[in-house]
Ligand binder design. Structure first.
Ligand SMILES: [Zn+2]
Length: 73
């Protein structure tokens, strides 16, 4: 088990930097400290490029397939 789901930090007001959809992944870049947020689709699209550069890869995409977690919003 990971702690990610016990500590959700992304909400409906957090938006994908690419398309404006609701963000489910928050990334902090190791070099710049800059933050990026992505929807599930774009997180997958950029993961192979950005994940090696990220100091934080906070992934809440599992909430998309967990109706209990979604209902708690
Ligand atoms: Zn997106």
């Amino acid at each position: 088990m990971t702690a990610a789901l016990a500590d959700p930090i992304l909400t409906a007001v957090d938006r994908c930097d690419r398309c404006g959809a609701q963000a489910y992944v928050r990334v902090v870049l190791e070099a710049s400290g800059g933050e990026l947020q992505f929807c599930a689709h774009h997180a997958r699209a950029v993961e192979s490029t950005l994940r090696p550069l990220a100091s934080v890869w906070h992934d809440e995409t599992s909430r998309l397939t967990d109706p209990v977690a979604l209902a708690e919003d």
